[in-house]
Design a protein around this ligand. Structure first.
Ligand code: GTQ
Length: 373
């Protein structure tokens, strides 16, 4: 890593004197301040995330998520969610950067009321087969490892139609981003519930086999017309790509869940990927602007993030702060491992903030901190 030195020419280096302190106090009385007292902090040489890398183990969280089931009624809580809070971002309830994530549990037969908000949401199912959601009148059923979106401003309500098993799914939202931009709105559905159309999973049925429905009303919204991405075809697509391509040196065999009309991200603020690490595969380290929340969808592995080692297995969730070096390894010699992830890359792209760098030294691998996790 490059060493930066704030004493270089062009950086603020003004020592406090009694006269200056008095001057700063005087400025403060007018709600003003001297730039040079904060310049080096507010214009860092490179990103300085408040977030730290964190691994949340599913086997540790799961009993506590279950504990919430009898403790609060879903509709009293609004949503019964255990959120994952980055130690450096408690102020904004973010899991990393300006992204929120949490584990939502719904008991057998439970159904919640509908609301909509400025924040966009996505779901990745951990367990249970009875989950459904109604998004802008479209009922969608989702099972383990399915991915679904709830674009910003869409009415949504969820439930679990199983008669014996709870559902646990992971929510991902851009709540901290929306709040950082002072753009949050929230509304409860006037009827409390939507009346869904008759066809379940209609958007999944409409867009298949690399074909677009023809002769229908043109979709003009800024998000994917497909609201659900079932696991089976997703995993098959990864296996097929693995036959056709080496994949990325940094991410293995990786694909983006896309809006089929644009080939771009599923929503304007959040994108999502699914990636496969071949048995024993170790990727090289890179870093980029943008924050990522990963969920181990299959298998077990280890990721080195900013020099810290995190071992994960199916269900575990971990985060990579913006500009942190990271690399992944599949720890199984015979099975593939899959990582689901979501990110704020669409925001970075829209604002021309995207940057990426390969880790050049040591064959592309970071030294691991001796006191690493
Ligand atoms: O499902 O509507 O985890 O509005 C946080 C806020 C879930 C939801 C969350 C939400 C939702």
């Amino acid at each position: 890593m490059t060493d930066y030195d704030d004493t270089r020419l062009g950086r603020a280096r003004v020592a406090d004197t009694p006269e200056l302190k008095a001057y700063y106090d005087e400025l403060a009385t007018l709600d003003a301040g001297a730039l040079w007292t904060v310049a080096n902090d507010i214009e860092p040489w490179y990103p300085q995330p408040q977030s730290v890398p964190v691994l949340w183990r599913y086997r540790d969280l799961r009993p506590l998520v279950h504990k919430a089931l009898p403790l609060v009624r879903a509709d009293d809580a609004g949503r019964r969610v255990v959120m994952l809070v980055n130690p450096g971002r408690k102020d904004v309830s973010a899991a990393v950067g300006l992204l929120y994530t949490g584990l939502q549990i719904m008991g057998p037969g439970e159904a919640m009321t509908a609301h909509r908000h400025q924040a966009a949401a996505l779901r990745f199912v951990h367990e249970g087969t009875g989950a459904w959601t109604i998004v802008d009148g479209q009922k969608l059923k989702v099972g383990p490892r399915d991915f679904a979106i709830t674009p910003n401003g869409t009415w949504h309500e969820h439930g679990n139609e199983s008669d014996d098993a709870p559902v646990i799914w992971q929510d991902g939202l851009d709540i901290p981003l929306v709040n950082a931009l002072d753009a949050g709105f929230y509304e409860v559905h006037p009827e409390l519930n939507q009346v869904p159309g008759e066809v379940v999973n209609s958007s999944v049925l409409s867009y298949g086999g690399n074909l677009l429905p023809y002769g229908m009303e043109k979709w003009t919204r800024p998000y994917s017309p497909v609201f659900g991405y079932p696991w089976e075809p997703t995993y098959q697509a990864l296996l097929n790509l693995a036959k056709a391509s080496e994949g990325s040196p940094y991410d293995g065999v990786i694909m983006e869940y896309t809006n089929p009309l644009t080939g771009g991200s599923v929503m304007p603020t959040m994108g999502a990927h699914i990636q496969l690490l071949r048995p024993g595969q170790a990727t090289k380290a890179h870093r980029h602007t943008g924050s990522v929340i990963y969920t181990a969808a299959k298998g077990k592995g280890v990721s080195v993030i900013a020099g810290q080692r995190f071992e994960w297995q199916q269900g575990d969730i971990f985060c990579v702060p913006s500009w942190a070096w990271h690399e992944h390894r599949n720890l199984d010699a015979s099975e593939d491992a899959c990582l689901f992830s979501f990110n704020d890359f669409p925001v970075m792209r829209s604002l021309s903030f995207s940057r990426e760098e390969a880790y050049a030294d040591n064959g592309g691998h970071q030294p691991v901190q001796p006191d690493g996790h």
